[in-house]
Ligand binder design. Structure first.
Ligand code: PLP
Length: 396
């Protein structure tokens, strides 16, 4: 079609959603597929949150564009408690998934987009849709895939005056690695020096196995936007509820995002917003759910790392989330004999010959020749795993 928007040309459907469709198609054809492609929470939504949704099923009105005020208050309290910095309802935006909110922010905000490589599949295509320049800043496994402050500084120093957005996702999809206080402090200093808006994509924060997540917003409160939602820690990806916290220094940006929301999605499902109030409220039931889900993820992650390392694959040990970024480099010569020279070919062959669905590292901004794959270790029965972990008193 001649009229196709130039920014859309060349874009493919999101890799994670595509692998899910491909896997389902093969399953329908009778193949036995191990679905380690799509990063979907394996756990059920906590019962208290489901009950809250049922209770509010009759709510039918449009809600305010920025979100239900009581939800915004609850989310602000949640983050104030978690990070120990002052928050108010006015800092919070609610949207149909954090993916849409991140896109919305990219639409509302000027500047180059900086993303560490590897990182999540959708940041760069979103920027491309908007005609925004993207820069991939390479990170190294020996640094736990953390962007180093001196690397950020060296990049920004080339053109100190440019306006920039940096998206940092931790715990990370695809690496499972995260940032500690010292690395965040060092990055905060550089971000402050160059006036960079940092989007802290903390959608996996509550899955941090040791429960010791640290937030960039503590060290750079005036320039950090927190992005999260119910999809990962609350098992509710299909409910499509995302939240974003912007400091009052960025209120004009938040207002612009609200205008975009008012002209696009309007507001999100009312019953879901009421249920989200329960999800973000402090409760013993939710604490127990989080303790148990983290214990399950930690045990599966440790098991996978041990088994994969035993066959010669290399990876950093995840500290949260449900992903492993695995290097097949040690098997390179064997793979080359089989005609496999890239991470894409490797994933195609694995799916074809073994029924294991993985994503190639190249989907996350790594060089295709590097033979990395991302595995989402979520193809298990989350209900059963939670029951087993609760019964076995192994949840500490
Ligand atoms: N950010 C990261 C790093 C993700 O992995 C995902 C989902 O896979 C999202 C954001 C989007 O989550 P949602 O739109 O469901 O809130």
């Amino acid at each position: 079609v001649d009229q196709l928007n130039r920014n859309v040309r060349g874009l493919k459907p999101s890799a994670t959603l595509q692998i899910n469709e491909d896997s389902n198609r093969l399953i329908q054809q009778g193949r036995d597929i191990i679905k380690l492609g799509l990063g979907q929470s394996p756990f059920p939504v906590p019962e208290v949150v489901v009950s809250a949704l049922r209770l509010h099923a009759h709510e039918k009105d449009y809600l305010p564009v920025k979100g239900l005020y009581s939800l915004r208050e609850t989310v602000a309290r949640y983050y104030q408690r978690r990070d120990g910095i002052p928050r108010q309802a006015e800092d919070v935006l609610v949207g149909p998934g954090s993916k849409e909110l991140i896109f919305n922010l990219q639409m509302a905000c000027e500047g180059d987009l900086l993303i560490p490589a590897p990182s999540w599949v959708s940041y760069a295509p979103q920027a491309q849709l908007l005609g925004r320049k993207v820069f991939h800043l390479p990170t190294k496994p020996e640094n736990h895939w953390r962007l180093q402050a001196d690397e950020l500084d060296a990049f920004c120093r080339q053109e100190p005056e440019r306006t920039r957005i940096l998206i940092l996702n931790y715990p990370s999809n695809p690496t499972g690695c995260s940032y500690d206080a010292d690395s965040l402090k060092a990055l905060a200093e550089v971000a402050r020096q160059y006036g960079i808006i940092v989007v802290a994509d903390e959608i996996y924060a509550e899955t941090t196995f040791a429960g010791n997540h640290q937030s960039m917003s503590v060290y750079y409160p005036e320039g950090t936007v927190i992005s999260s939602g119910l999809s990962k820690w609350c098992g509710a990806g299909g409910w499509r509820l995302g939240v974003m916290l912007l400091p009052d220094t960025l209120r004009p940006l938040q207002d612009a995002m609200a205008i975009i929301a008012s002209e696009t999605f309007t507001s999100i499902s009312a019953p879901t917003q009421y249920a989200a109030c329960t999800a973000f409220s402090e409760s013993a039931a939710l604490d127990a759910y989080l303790v148990a889900t983290r214990a399950v993820l930690k045990r599966i992650s440790s098991y996978m790392v041990k088994r994969l390392r035993a066959v010669g694959l290399e990876m950093e040990e995840p500290v949260g989330g449900f992903y492993l970024l695995t290097s097949f480099a040690a098997l390179r010569s064997k793979l080359e004999q089989k005609g496999i020279f890239s991470s894409k070919q490797l994933c195609e062959k694995l799916l074809e010959e073994t029924g294991v669905a993985l994503l190639p590292g190249s989907d996350f901004g790594l060089d295709d020749s590097q033979l990395y794959t991302r595995m989402a270790f979520v193809d298990f029965d989350g209900d059963r795993a939670l029951n087993a972990i609760n019964d076995s008193s192994l949840s500490e």
